[in-house]
Design a protein around this ligand. Structure first.
Ligand code: FE2
Length: 483
């Protein structure tokens, strides 16, 4: 009502269900209503124009509705007593200032895996180790009409603050936080979010078990790693043992076959093994790897395997072979290749058996290959075989004098033997890698000349004389090579 008693409707007021008005000395009007207390400027309201206002409602701490048709009492001390649905509220309106920030905050409820936990403000929130989900229900009471930013941060778990408007603040959930001690911070922040206007903290503890201790984790990890290494070691050892067993089985099988071959020829004990050994000495000088040398040793050990197919009557015949017998004898090369045709464990094994009687000048057998057309295995084993044939006793003659043997090797350079291979072998003999004395034990036991190899060339001639004439056409270095 104006001073002229005319009534004017203030239809700019934002609400209609209003009860009482309290006007302070500075023309601030507190209009109570069922939705809260509106705080407006009297002059602004009466102007009839649009107004700005503040509303003190549940978000600002007045979390109960004012009761209709009830008295609200303003006391002398500046308190406004309000009748509300669930009791009397007191508002200190004399102290009301829009820019004064007064906040109360707390964690109203805590739920651990869905079960409510009683929060004791004087004790940490203690969470069992097996709890997976922690839900915090924060509450901020703001005695202003503003909607400030509220931040929260679980120190020890979160990396940064989470900031939301107070009006959007709801339950905060953490899942699977590790055991440890934490501090839950909640704060009302200034507009730029860097200023903390009010803050409250709660301690939160999730007890550690022994399993959570760093030293125990390290111990368990190291133990598991050592155990893993141990299992790995056992596995490797077993693999290596099995591999070694297979290798030994292979070696022993090859040795048994070689011994079987040598046993057929009554006076060539260990011939195959020695040829393998000499071949390896040559190969080492030629730069073969350890693996290649071992492969060559096996191939050389089997070079005479074809003799299995040669009748003993021919193989052990002390007298000269007939043409027919000599042809059968020579077939041990091709028979060897046939026997080894399915033998895949040793590379080039067939080459050793088939080509060890080829000659560098092309006059060997079975194919008459020449020079480096003869596979290397054949050329190496050929030299080793000839040396052992001459330095070992044979059925048809005794071992030859070493001087004679060396001479035959030199003579056969480029004719019977690959020059490079025979040169290397001569160098090996010169260096003493092969103990000649062991090959000629009788020479050590007596110096009377009562030895099988008494007279060098004459002996060779004697040996040659036991062979078929066609064999004589072969190089003298092969004189001992009745095969
Ligand atoms: Fe042979």
């Amino acid at each position: 009502m104006d001073s002229d008693f005319s009534i004017r409707i203030l239809d700019n007021f934002p609400y209609f269900n209003n009860y009482d008005i309290r006007i302070t000395d500075d023309d601030t009007m507190f209009v109570t209503g069922s939705s809260g207390i509106y705080v407006v400027n009297r002059e602004e309201l009466l102007s009839g124009s649009s107004i700005s206002y503040d509303l003190m409602d549940a978000r600002k701490g007045l979390n109960s509705a004012l009761t209709a048709n009830s008295w609200n009492y303003y006391g002398e001390e500046g308190f406004l007593y309000l009748c509300c649905d669930n009791g009397a509220f007191v508002a200190d309106i004399d102290s009301y200032m829009n820019d004064v920030h007064t906040y109360h905050m707390n964690v109203a409820s805590v739920f651990l895996d869905g079960e409510q936990y009683h929060v004791d403000s004087n004790a940490p929130i203690t969470v069992s180790r097996d709890v997976k989900k922690i839900e915090l229900l924060p509450e901020v009471i703001n005695y202003t009409v503003q909607d400030p930013n509220v931040g929260y941060y679980l120190e020890g778990f979160d990396n940064h603050w989470t900031v939301v408007p107070q009006s959007s603040l709801s339950g905060i959930t953490y899942t699977n936080i590790p055991s440890g001690s934490y501090t839950f911070h909640m704060a009302v922040l200034g507009r730029d979010e860097s200023q903390v206007l009010a803050e409250r903290t709660y301690s939160l503890v999730k007890p550690e078990d022994i399993y959570d201790k760093p030293w125990f984790i390290a111990y368990a990890a190291v133990s598991a790693m050592l155990f893993g290494f141990f299992l790995l070691y056992l596995w490797f050892r077993r693999v290596i043992e099995q591999a070694n067993l297979r290798i030994r089985m292979g070696d022993q099988t090859i040795e048994a076959i070689a011994n079987t071959v040598d046993a057929k020829d009554v006076r060539t004990s260990q011939h195959s093994m020695r040829v393998g050994k000499y071949s390896v000495l040559i190969a080492q000088k030629m730069g073969f790897s350890k693996k290649e040398c071992e492969n060559l040793r096996k191939a050389a050990s089997l070079h005479d395997i074809g003799k299995i197919a040669i009748p003993d009557s021919i193989l052990n015949k002390p007298s000269r072979l007939t043409d027919e017998e000599y042809a059968i004898m020579k077939s041990h090369t091709t028979r060897g290749e046939e026997i080894l045709s399915g033998f895949t464990l040793v590379e080039h094994v067939k080459e050793g058996a088939l080509y060890h009687h080829e000659r560098y000048d092309g006059r060997g057998y079975p194919q008459g290959l020449k020079g480096e057309d003869i596979p290397l295995y054949g050329r190496i084993i050929g030299v080793a075989d000839a040396f052992d044939a001459m330095t070992a006793n044979r059925i048809y003659r005794n071992q030859m004098d070493i001087g004679y043997v060396l001479n035959e090797l030199r003579k056969g350079r480029g004719t019977q033997f690959d020059p490079q291979v025979v040169d290397i072998f001569l160098q090996i003999l010169e260096e003493g890698t092969i103990d000649i004395n062991k090959l000629y034990p009788q020479m050590q036991s007596t110096d009377t000349g009562d030895k099988p190899s008494a007279s060098g060339k004459g002996e060779a001639g004697k040996a040659e004389g036991t062979e078929k004439d066609s064999r004589k056409a072969e190089d003298a270095g092969k004189a001992a090579g009745k095969e």
